[in-house]
Ligand binder design. Structure first.
Ligand code: NAD
Ligand code: TYD
Length: 358
């Protein structure tokens, strides 16, 4: 097993959901004692509040750069200035529904942005110990009721989002095989936890249910996703970065398949058990079945035996625990919720979802 040490990691998209949790995991969790540089464009999904307090508490070890990963010159200058020796690449347009409404930004950031980072890394490859790329199980397409995605499953993406992530994965492998760049890739299932932008299923349903607003379930709610608590994911990424084999893909999953309806009902049931306002009323009666997403993948399910065997990682947070923690986090962070909701999110939802998808 490898045992890498990094002095200065360039995290891309660190103001987003998983990136912010990852930076907190490294610094607050005490897993790493070097420097973190975070480049983020601060799109609608990027939020400086996700890392509130980090710059002060880790002065000299944490630096934020407001910038676009597509800007290769900027990335190159950051690498020089901060003596970057590793990348952890999260920055992306990440929401399937948005990719259906407007795929251009997905190709730009997810494909061209990844390409720009790889070129900057290739130009300084003697300095780079590792380039880790965070990808998704959606590159594998849709499963029927049986079977699992493994690291050998052929790519078959359905949405512009997953197609753009598939393209970025291919670039990563090509740079490893062609130029010998030391890369690792992780393809993980659906994450949930604190700081997730409330356009994704779990935070959207939590906030709507708390406000007694409709809970829009696409189609019949029978689509299946595998749910991974974000802290478990962060731990997996760090295991891969420090101990993984270069050129290798690792599938990361929660061993936790649920239908969407089941997830929404679980949120309702937890909220109803909480005394006080949040528990008021019949939350399940807010569920509304709405028009299905075009090209909606039926089922995602990950076989994560390989990472368990190779790196000793397996998910530790059960869905019940993780969901309760997540619900309490959203309830306790009302300022964060208010600020996020007053931004672009509300405009976008009404523009693209119309009346039947609130
Ligand atoms: P997110 O949408 O919450 O955050 C994305 C971040 O990237 C934001 O801070 C945004 O400002 C930044 N960004 C976007 N375009 C940029 C650009 N051109 N330059 C610099 N920064 C830019 O996403 P997330 O849910 O945290 O996902 C992070 C990564 O993990 C993505 O690559 C995504 O494909 C992957 N992933 C996510 C999930 C999930 O369930 N959320 C599952 C599997 C894989
Ligand atoms: P989402 O959180 O968008 O993640 P992904 O599309 O990457 O899996 O959606 C998770 C599942 O929930 C997906 O099958 C679509 C469904 N969904 C709804 O039923 N209603 C909603 O309002 C949203 C956002 C998603």
């Amino acid at each position: 097993m490898e045992n890498r040490y990094f002095e200065s990691i360039l995290v891309t998209g660190g103001c987003g959901f998983i990136g912010a949790n990852f930076i907190r995991h490294l610094l607050e969790g005490g897993h790493y004692d070097g420097r973190v540089v975070n480049i983020d464009k601060l799109t609608y999904a990027g939020n400086l509040e996700n890392l509130a307090g980090i710059a002060d508490r880790f002065e000299g070890r944490y630096h934020f750069v407001h910038g676009d990963i597509c800007d290769g010159d900027l990335v190159g200058s950051i690498m020089e200035k901060h003596a970057i020796d590793a990348f952890c690449h999260f920055a992306a347009e990440s929401h399937v529904d948005r990719s259906i409404a407007g795929p251009g930004a997905f190709v730009e950031t997810n494909v061209n942005g990844t390409f720009a980072l790889l070129e900057a890394a290739r130009e300084r490859s003697d300095k780079i110990k590792l380039f880790h790329h965070v990808s998704t199980d959606e590159v594998y397409g849709s499963l029927g009721n049986e079977g699992y995605f493994t690291e050998e499953t052929a790519y078959d993406p359905s949405s512009p989002y997953s197609a753009s992530k598939a393209a970025s994965d291919h670039l990563m492998r090509a740079y490893h095989r062609t130029y010998g760049l030391p890369v690792t890739i992780s393809n993980c299932s659906n994450n949930y936890g604190p700081y997730q932008f409330p356009e994704k299923l779990i935070p959207l349903m939590i906030l709507n249910a708390l406000d007694s607003k409709p809970l829009p379930v696409y189609g019949q709610g029978k689509n299946v996703r595998d749910w991974l608590y974000v802290e478990d994911h962060c731990h997996a990424i760090w295991q891969i970065m420090t101990h993984g084999r270069t050129g290798q893909t690792y599938n990361v999953g929660g061993r936790c398949e649920k239908t969407n309806l089941n997830v929404v009902e679980s949120i309702c049931d937890i909220l109803e058990k909480i005394p006080g306002d949040s528990g008021r009323g019949e939350k399940r009666s807010l569920i509304q079945f709405v028009k299905d997403r075009p090209g909606h993948d039926h089922r995602y399910a990950i076989n994560c035996d390989f990472i368990e065997r190779e790196l000793g990682w397996s998910p530790t947070v059960s869905f019940d625990q993780g969901l309760a923690k997540t619900i309490f986090w959203y309830m306790e962070n009302q300022d964060w919720v208010r600020n996020v909701k007053s931004g672009d999110y509300r405009n976008w939802i009404s523009q693209h979802y119309g009346k039947d998808r609130k």
